[in-house]
Design a protein around this ligand. Structure first.
Ligand code: TYM
Length: 329
């Protein structure tokens, strides 16, 4: 049986990118694989959030996981910082990772560009902590969006390096996974690159119908196609990408044809897009608040998951410590 693992940082609410990039794959995979899904609270510390906001942040993400269909009886749900073996493995993997390799990662370069005053070592070694998250359960598949592809390459490199250096087959080489066959990048509604928590361009699982419709209707487009052979403007291309993810193929084909004939009305496309997004998210939204307010249930889910995650992590660390040569007197 395959082992599957993924995580989402504990900042803000989950958006369509998190859902279609990572979470939805899990909801399907949990029936056929051993699944671990965690709240990446340690990764969130790179931006120094306030301690008072911590618990509500973790509860928010956990409630949104559960409302999306993660079943705690099938999947193991836990908070990253409550499995200390992750940090132990992180230290060991740091010894195998070179500064130049980390400085070259696209995510690090982006973060440095966006926050030049907070280039801390945690940011530099972010992919090593991520590798520790994955390797601690010896995962085979990691459902993530396209933005995490390079981090998976680093994880594979570290798995190979560890196995080779210590002459032991401790870690499998994990693959990034999307059940559609290719990793997705959900675009923002502002005509720019990806939808993101810090980009303020997202649609969230907690948004109501009115909010979603308003956001979609305001999305960036252009004055309309003149020659279908001209390249599509980025805003319109983004709307088609979103439509491809949330709508039926016939709906996408219909609007594509209208576009090619230069008769498309972007208002109609947006109305359809908003309605199709709502079909996916509104049933989830309905469950979020109820779960968030059910303290005993959240406590049960997290205690059960923590125990399972620690058991698996302890077993891996026994192999790791043995391979590294840590022996007791
Ligand atoms: P985070 O919180 O930035 O994103 C969580 C997941 O959502 C995906 N995602 C997207 N997918 C498609 N389109 C988008 N616009 C989009 N935005 C976000 C991300 O690819 C990710 O799968 N480092 C991770 C958290 C993490 C992790 C791990 C993931 C920590 N350790 C181990 C997998 C395995 C992150 O940045 O999450």
């Amino acid at each position: 049986m395959k082992t599957v693992l993924s995580g989402i940082r504990s900042t803000g609410h989950l958006h369509l990118g998190n859902y279609f990039g990572a979470l939805r794959n899990f909801v399907q995979l949990q029936h056929q694989a051993k699944c671990y899904f965690f709240v990446a609270d340690l990764h969130s510390l790179t931006t120094h959030p306030k301690p008072d906001d911590y618990l509500s942040g973790v509860k928010t993400i956990l409630s949104e996981y559960l409302a999306s269909g993660l079943d705690p009886e099938k999947s193991t749900l836990y908070v990253q910082s409550s499995v200390p073996q992750v940090c132990e493995l992180y230290v060991l993997l740091n010894m195998l990772t070179y500064k130049g390799e980390l400085e070259r990662t696209a995510s690090f370069k982006d973060k440095v560009r966006l926050n030049p005053d907070n280039v801390n070592a945690g940011l530099l070694t972010y992919p090593v902590l991520m590798a520790a998250d994955i390797l601690i359960h010896r995962a085979n598949w990691v459902p993530v969006g396209k933005d995490q592809e390079q981090h998976l390459e680093i994880t594979r490199m570290l798995a190979r390096r560890f196995n080779k250096l210590y002459g032991a087959e401790v870690f499998p080489e994990p693959e990034a996974y999307n059940f559609g066959g290719h990793l997705v990048r959900i675009p923002g509604l502002d005509g720019s690159g990806k939808m993101g928590k810090s980009e303020n361009n997202g649609i969230y699982l907690v948004d109501d119908q009115k909010t979603i419709t308003k956001k979609v209707m305001r999305a960036v487009t252009d004055t309309g196609p003149v020659n279908p052979n001209d390249p599509m403007s980025p805003g319109v291309a983004n709307l088609f990408t979103l439509l491809g993810v949330v709508s039926e193929p016939e709906v996408v084909a219909y609007f594509r044809e209208q576009y090619d004939k230069c008769t498309i009305r972007y208002g109609d496309l947006k109305k359809q897009l908003a309605a199709d997004i709502c079909k996916h998210t509104l049933p989830i939204k309905e469950r979020i608040e109820e779960i968030y307010n059910n303290g005993p249930y959240l406590k049960y889910v997290i205690e059960k998951g923590t125990e399972e995650a620690r058991t698996s992590a302890r077993a891996t660390m026994e192999l790791v410590r043995d391979a590294v040569g840590f022996k007791t007197f």
